[in-house]
Design a protein around this ligand. Sequence first.
Ligand code: BLA
Length: 508
Amino acid sequence: NYKNHKVDLSNCDSEPIHIIGRIQPHGFLIILNSSSLIVEQLSENVEYYLGVKPEVLFGKTLDTICSAEEYQKLEKQLRNDPIISPQLVTIRDKHFFGFAHLSANKIILECEAYTPTDEYERLENYCSFSHFQSKINTLYSLESLSELLVNFVQEYLNYDRVLLYVFDKEWNGEVIAEKTKPGIGSYLYQHFPSSDIPAPARDLLTKKPIRQIPDISASAIDIVPYVNLADGAPTNIIQSELRNASEIHLEYLANMGVQASLSITLMVKGKLWGLITCHHQSPKFVDFWKRQMCYMASKTFSAAVLTNQEKRDLQTLAYYKQMEEVLVEQVNATGSVSKGLFKQHFTLLDITESQGAAIYIENTLTTTGNTPAADQVMEIIEWLIANNNASIFYTRELSKHIPQADAYRQNASGLLALEISRYNKSYILFFKPEIKETRIWAGNPEKPIAGDGMRVHPRKSFSKWVEDIRGKSVPWTMNELEVTQLLLKDMVAILLRNHADKLKELND
Ligand code: BLA
């Protein structure tokens, strides 16, 4: 129950925003039973929009207040399977942008004021979207695609600031592109901690791709009754257009100096990848058609990111695989795994982005590139024997596993280890150096929350806070994992064959 939920440090990740029971005042909401279409709950502001008190509608169908013609159309819209949004809804001679969706056995009907656009404006909007679409097909780098998207959204919607925010594996975010009006502060290339968008908010982002807060100070409107009497529970309105945002988030925006926001989810390969976030310093409402245009632009962007990513990945993988075949030939030609992988024209360094590699086989260590010292490499191998059961082990932060590795993090923050034979103590190791990176956070990420003893508040400061990244390499890619697995398989096969040949020689 949301009403009993007090947000504190321990449960910030579980605030039940889906049953917040309040909407923003720029529209009204009605919850109907999906089979009988009887009104079970509604927002208190129906009186403002429809001129009838909420009591008039409880337990009734909407024909109580609609003309016969209006209800015939509305009933058809609500019975559509699947329900389509938006619809132009007319109630008591008033036109609205209507949004309807199913939530369990309820239909949530929401209406926003209908704003007619003139023909010229509509065509202009259409032209700028067409330009965006033709331009995007000519761009290949993530940087240029991101620039195009933020420029399009900013010019199209005219917010003070539009930024493109990308999540990392730990759900921290970085602003990788931004377009602002002159005089508006910038967050470009700054990092934000995962606690700014906690789990329920991330879940929201995947379930409701466009969200708008036209005015963070607008008074919220209650949905009455809070508990749906037929179900004995509040109704889940997570996919609603009008749902009031969590107080914590509203306070966060206020601390940032933002009065109105709109954000659009960017999904890549079905996973939450990033966001477009729009900020405005005064109240601002964007109607459905414009929101929808930006949503379509974002979808086009996501598809382009995926296509480019896949193209790039496939090219790299093809190159690695070609190199792997060359290495196998070198091993066969020299009759020695260490010579073939380390002493010929191409080396192990050619099949990954690693900058150092080592092999320990038949009690002999061979290395190339930037590696830890010989005794340190042996220390890693002893650790693998004692702690690792899989044929492949990889990390981008070796000192998390082996604390002594901090001493040689410059050369070996990243380790990818292939086990040829634990019994014979034979391993191939790849190393990646520590990345020299300074992260600029928008505020101290270790202090995402301010508390006053009674309740928590989001942080007040977004001033730059510098963190030096230590002990981490760039991550190992799927391509690197795939090609090194292939190499391991080939090397094991060659060694087994050589071993069999030797046994045969001995027997002959
Ligand atoms: C929601 N927090 C969000 C959302 C964003 C951010 C984008 C989604 C809101 C939406 O799309 O409408 C964060 N906004 C940012 C960031 C930038 C930005 C990082 O513009 C960078 C430029 N927030 C906190 C803390 C808590 C918290 C400490 O800072 C929890 C204790 C919660 N954030 C929180 C919640 C939501 C949220 C609950 C969901 C808001 C909702 O109800 O819709």
